[in-house]
Design a protein around this ligand. Sequence first.
Ligand code: SF4
Ligand code: SF4
Length: 103
Amino acid sequence: MPDSRFKILTTASTPGPGDAGRTGSWRVERPIIDYNRCIPAKTGKHACHLCWLYCPDSTVSKAIKPEFDLQYCKGCGICAEECPAQAITMVAEENFAGGGDNE
Ligand code: SF4
Ligand code: SF4
């Protein structure tokens, strides 16, 4: 039930996973997490999750060990930029077998 103490003054929209469509083969880099640095992974508690919060395509899971859905990740690097623990590295797709298939 809505809290009547607060009025909705504006609209807000949040993306759903894949709202921008599957990435296809054009992504140049993909994010890789170092779980030895990641705060929730290290502590075993739900904390931080800034990668989940900032990802514009909602492709990061809000989990103790966050994971990326590479079918939809666009490789923008925002998650790596916002991670306070420098746990995310953007790695060139050419380093992965199969390259841009995003699986
Ligand atoms: S932003 Fe960094 S430290 Fe925070 S949950 Fe994501 S990977 Fe872990
Ligand atoms: S690189 Fe961009 S699209 Fe991919 S998980 Fe990070 S913030 Fe989301």
